[in-house]
Design a protein around this ligand. Sequence first.
Ligand code: SF4
Ligand code: FE
Length: 504
Amino acid sequence: MISSGEEYVDSLRGRKLNVYLFGELIQDPVEHPIIKPSINALAKTYDLANENPDLATAVSPYTNERINRFLHIVESEKDLILQNKMQRKLGQLTGTCFQRCVGMDAINSLHSVTFDIDQAHNTNYHKKFLSFLTSVQKQGLVIGGAMTDVKGDRSLLPHQQEDPDLFVHVVDRSDDGVFITGAKAHQTGVINSHWMIVMPTLRLTEDDKEYAIVGAIPVDAKGITYIYGRQSGDTRHMDNTPIDAGNNNYAGQEALVIFEKVFIPNELIFMNGEYDFSASLVERFTCYHRRSYVCKSGVGDVLIGAAAAIAEYNGVEKASHIKDKLTEMTHLNETIFGTGIASSYQAKKLESGVFINDDMLANVCKHHVTKFTYDIGRLAQDLAGGLVASMPSEKDMKHPDLGKIIKKYLATKPDLDPEDRIRMLRLIENMTLGRNAVGYLTESLHGAGSPQAQRIQISRQMQLGFKKELAQALSGIIPEKDSLPVTENETYMDRVFNTSKETD
Ligand code: SF4
Ligand code: FE
């Protein structure tokens, strides 16, 4: 079993992956200066498990052993809450995306969806899924989830696309399994994973049957090509100028993944044509994943700390408007965390035995993330001052003549080394304009669904009929009901948030 960050990094060595970056096949992704910081971020998920097992591990009912929480099937509200606390902690430790939540949310979604398909279609997916999961838990591997197709013309369903490969689909079948072709876009941490679980990305119809495929594939399987996603400022990791990198040790990872007739054996297929369950898979996955975005509150803690530090370095920390801006940043950041963890507290048990968090609050959390991170980033840049975008480079700072001039003119307080001021500004640049702005800003906007996707979910569940009744009762238009909490089995929160009762 892989049980430390170091062992994890070693496990990635020597694999034969087709990874392209800058038009070249990367011989050893593990040693590539652009890829390495993303591996370090994921490695932290292993180290945290050793440092704080209560937070980042759990005992698996399948192996009866302590495993990493990212591989654990949630058995209670408490497990969901601890996921969120772990995500915030990892955001604090890395200042970026640590890439492991998609797999965690995918396995928890598949626990219930495979169970439900078996009930409806008399299939055998749940057992196969649990046997795959048990083996991955025993080995302590990383699972990446591959959901987002490239999608082509957004107004058309998969089978209506001019090019059928714009959504991943089955192109051939044998007695032993299926062959899939297509591409998945912006796949978080995929090259740093050992396995990926391919899933459909939207609600499907009978004509899309060949697109209703879920299966586990080793990341080094035959027929897969990875094209590494560039991130702004990424080449700073190649220049051997760690100060300019801002956060030299940690970064996220996104890649375009292309499948050309990739084989999935029968025992690793967890949906095969049951198009009627694709919507519930996508909905359950996004329900878990939109609340996983509390990770950004951990990253926000770092940015708030950087803004407070730079205000101090600039000598303005006592100004009331500075304190107010830090208060505003904290308020926004805690609102993200508060809604995410509240969603976990409101969890319910599904028939398969897995718990799922509250969908409305998960969508509210993620929707906050699409906005508040930008507000927090703006305030951080406000406190940083214009120098955040105009600093001399590390090489100029290290230049024997220029270095002295830079230190003289960028000095603020006698006891502060101007280099520390620059380091802090580079971190703010990294998180709001540079490499980790990918995770903190753009991924916050589009990851786990763009803002409109959350607005649709929120509007579907907002229970206007129920709320109108409340108003009508109080204004005497209809008789007052006995009391708001409705029955023994239905709490007020159920009534407000439960989609199954009303979807006006
Ligand atoms: Fe996890 Fe956040 Fe990265 Fe998604 S964006 S994988 S939730 S750290
Ligand atoms: Fe993401």
